[in-house]
Design a protein around this ligand. Structure first.
Ligand code: ADP
Ligand code: G6P
Length: 471
């Protein structure tokens, strides 16, 4: 087997094995932030990407993407249940997102999580050339860094957590907290979205493992120095700007506005259907604004785009059911014939259609209860070529650290959310332009390539690994 100097490991690959009608393997960009964003920087890099092909069963044969080699992993249905739906998405996911839903601690899931992590670690260890680099992604694979260290002590190991890393009081609830902490700290560099997460892990390492803090962003454990730090993830800004500048996209945006009945204002939300995204709180706020007569259906239209996610997990199915009931109720009570209060679209869209939707939106409403970063907020800013439009953004999204000129809001406070929506809808265009220009300027200097460079040059101070990235 050919080996690569850079191996990326994540639960999900950027493509799955869906087959087009002509029998060719179809590319599907994952709706999640991680795979799409990493794909944007790796597609021209000689590297191997180890990950799951998206369907239960044997590993599919997937084509390479240019010089990026795919190393697909299979998952049995038992593994899918215990590792992916269970430990990753029913224990770690809710706990890491402030326990907005109670995490489930099922003792049966742990062994499967460990076994799958071990298989991914083996695949990565086989794929990396001597002295190379392995970059492990996200909460599904928290044990992999230490496992690779045991298999391949010669390689550099990076770990990046895309989701929040919780405060010690929450992390301490995890029955397997020591293994999970040791697993992550097997890396040479542990990266997070926000600085607070790096403080949290340092505190935990001292308290639980007797590690020492030996410098800014450095922990020493068992005589080995481990760096930590915040590397806020970003998007392919140039791609979104190019899409936004396309004539067909601008025409499509105008068409969408006309299809929506040329309202005075269009509000837009785009989310994976996840309970962390705060969709229900947002619907409550919007429906109260309609009820109170502070927003009129003919005047204002709300578009909610949602992608179904993790549909075999009960909490996700129940959430979808509740949201669809609520959208039905709001439309039933406040809509008119041919004029729904909310346009609810539960479909995947291609990038150009998303860009057109962003251009149509006067107010983008991004109100997660907790979110590692939230790339949708950044995509909206990148798509607003004329610096118009308002971004309403939750304080609990990682993006709020950077997009300080958004209309920041606490989504748990429904009254505050209502007032902020009204403020954003009524804002003075000059104020909006000032805010949007500041956010756009920030994004241009902090795109996905800058993110990967910052991370990889901290991991490998020689700059060798980052040199292979797209310019
Ligand atoms: P998460 O990673 O939790 O899903 P992010 O906001 O960070 O949240 O990333 C979501 C990504 O999925 C964005 O790049 C967004 O453009 C994409 N996306 C969201 N909804 C859709 C959709 N309906 N069709 C296609 N892509 C989508
Ligand atoms: C978040 C996670 C990713 C995950 C994505 C989509 O962005 O951080 O690791 O891939 O959600 O979720 P899914 O379960 O469909 O992979």
């Amino acid at each position: 087997m050919r080996q690569s100097s850079l191996v990326v490991v994540s639960n999900r690959l950027p493509i799955d094995d869906s087959v087009a009608p002509d029998g060719a393997c179809e590319w599907r960009r994952s709706p999640g932030g991680l795979a799409g964003a990493l794909h944007a920087i790796l597609d021209r890099t000689p590297a191997t990407w180890v990950g799951w092909g998206g369907k239960v069963g044997d590993a599919p044969a997937l084509p390479d993407i240019g010089s990026l080699r795919m190393r697909p992993m299979g998952l049995t249905s038992e593994e899918h249940r215990g590792y992916y739906e269970g430990f990753a998405n029913s224990t770690l996911w809710p706990l890491y997102h402030d326990a907005v839903l109670p995490p489930v601690f099922d003792r049966g899931w742990w062994e499967t999580y460990k076994a799958v992590n071990q298989r991914f670690a083996h695949a990565a260890a086989e794929a990396v050339e001597p002295g190379g680099t392995v970059w492990v992604q996200d909460y599904h694979l928290q044990l992999v860094p230490q496992m690779i260290r045991e298999l391949r002590p010669d390689v550099l190991i990076g770990f990046f957590l895309h989701v929040p890393f919780p405060p010690p009081e929450l992390f301490m609830q995890l029955p397997r907290r020591l293994d999970l902490l040791r697993g992550m700290l097997g890396a040479d560099l542990v990266g997070f979205q926000r600085p607070q997460a790096a403080h949290n892990i340092a505190q935990l390492a001292v308290k639980l493992l007797g590690a020492r803090v030996t410098g800014d962003d450095q922990i020493t454990l068992d005589g080995r120095a481990i760096r930590t730090g915040a590397f806020p993830m970003s998007i392919d800004v140039a791609e979104m700007q190019a899409l936004a500048a396309r004539r067909d996209v601008r025409e499509r945006a105008a068409q969408l506005r006309s299809d929506l009945g040329r309202p005075r204002r269009v509000l837009l939300s785009v989310d994976r259907l996840d309970y962390i995204k705060g969709i229900e709180h947002r619907l409550t706020a919007y429906s109260e604004l309609l009820r109170d007569g502070r927003v009129k259906v003919r005047d204002t239209v709300m578009v909610q785009v949602a992608v179904p996610s993790r549909e075999r997990v009960d909490s996700y199915r129940a959430l979808r059911h509740r949201i669809e009931g609520e959208v039905g109720r709001i439309n039933g009570e406040h809509g008119r014939v041919g004029e729904p209060a909310i346009h609810y679209l539960i479909q995947p869209f291609d990038r150009a259609e998303l860009a057109a939707l962003y251009q149509t939106a006067d107010v983008m409403v991004v109100t997660p209860l907790r979110d590692g970063m939230n790339l949708v907020a950044k995509e909206y800013v990148a798509a607003r070529a004329d610096a118009s439009g308002a971004l309403v953004l939750s304080e609990f999204a990682g993006a709020a650290d950077e997009l300080e000129d958004a209309f920041l809001v606490n989504p748990h406070d429904v009254d505050g959310l209502k007032e902020t929506l009204l403020r954003a809808m009524e804002a003075d265009p000059a104020d909006l332009e000032r805010r949007m220009t500041a956010m756009r300027t920030h994004l241009v200097g902090h795109d996905i390539v800058a993110w990967a460079r910052a991370y990889l040059t901290t991991l490998d101070r020689t700059g060798r690994v980052a040199a292979g990235l797209r310019k």
